[in-house]
Design a protein. Structure first.
Length: 342
């Protein structure tokens, strides 16, 4: 079966396996206190242009979000996010389980706006409600859309105006970088914290959380440990980001996502040429075409994909996701099968 189910169906980029094999028996201290983790942190600091940043590498996105948000907020404070945000939809109430409410705002294209943030704050005016304290955004969004630099700048301005933190979930940040979204140094200037996703961009696992706001830095390792995120074999995380950021610029890291985006746009062009619509205009590695139910049923035995929505009784929206490892031949096989059905 050819899979377009997600961007972590494959193991990892060969260079990471090679690095792990080369260091397999060298012996390292645990809990990310090893030389590989230290070098990974320095390389990320160089790539974002912030030697003062604190960098912590955790295993997965949900763990990173839950640990960070719980650490950043006081018990009565809440986080503002789009209704489609990962923390609202795909994290099994992980944020709420830490005692913090997610204030979900409608966002047709998956992107929060300053107006939505202002409305959420205005709807929580006093101590009888939770207090909005953080804005959560994803780059790219759950619908594959992209925040522009101007849009992130506008969110930064409203956060400054209303006394809010700006936190960016970067599970698919590489796809955003490759598609022309804000650069790593720009995000480091605009966000209080963000993470650089590895799991969905060529790593076996791992997300590098970057803390820019000095108020968020003290004792953060205590939070990681308390929430089960301090990996004993932490060098396995360090080696992966040491490899992904080996050039000190993030160019190699971004190049993996550039291939994923190219394969997705090839799918998009081929599907559009056959006259099929899309649920949204994604420029990154997630595409959401809408097909007649019969077409979806015919494709399912040979191609892996996820169900997204039922726009009407006769049609289904599916999600197609490409990765650093997606061969062009797999894309062409899907398009050929689709042409045959058409």
């Amino acid at each position: 079966m050819i899979r377009f189910t997600n961007d972590y169906s494959e193991g990892c980029h060969p260079s990471i396996l090679e690095a792990m094999a080369a260091t397999n028996t060298e012996g390292n201290p645990g809990y990310s206190t090893d030389p590989h983790s230290a070098r990974a942190r320095r390389l990320i600091q160089a790539a974002i242009g912030r030697p003062d940043a604190d960098v912590h590498i955790l295993v997965g996105g949900t763990q990173t979000n839950a640990t960070a948000i719980a650490a950043f907020l006081r018990p009565y404070e809440a986080v503002i996010a789009a209704t489609s945000a990962h923390i609202c939809v795909h994290e099994t109430g992980a944020i709420e389980a830490t005692g913090h409410k997610c204030i979900a705002c409608p966002a047709a294209d998956g992107k929060l706006t300053p107006a939505a943030v202002r409305a959420a704050v205005a709807a929580h005016p006093d101590e009888h409600m939770v207090k909005p304290r953080m804005v959560y955004i994803s780059q790219t969004t759950e619908t594959g859309t992209l925040y522009t630099l101007a849009e992130v700048q506008a969110l930064r301005a409203v956060c400054d105006e209303l006394g809010l933190l700006l936190y960016l979930d970067g599970a698919r940040l590489a796809a955003g970088l490759a598609a022309g979204g804000p650069s790593l140094p720009e995000l480091a200037r605009l966000c209080d914290a963000f993470y650089i996703g590895g799991t969905k961009n060529g790593a076996l696992f791992g997300e590098a959380l970057v803390l820019l706001n000095d108020a968020l830095k003290p004792d953060f390792r205590y939070n990681i440990k308390q929430r089960g995120g301090m990996l004993a074999k932490g060098w396995l995380l360090g080696i992966q980001f040491e490899t992904l950021f080996r050039d000190g610029t993030g160019a190699f890291y971004t190049s993996l996502a550039a291939h994923a985006n190219q394969m997705a746009l090839r799918l998009k062009a081929g599907i559009a040429a056959l006259g099929y619509p899309f649920a949204c205009d994604s420029v990154t590695n997630q595409q959401f075409p809408i097909f007649p139910d019969g077409v979806v049923e015919a494709l399912a035995p040979d191609f892996g994909f996820e169900f997204s929505a039922k726009p009407d009784a006769a049609h289904t929206c599916i999600r197609l996701v490409t990765s650093w490892a997606t061969p062009e031949a797999s894309v062409d096989a899907f398009l050929e099968a689709l042409r045959a059905l058409a």
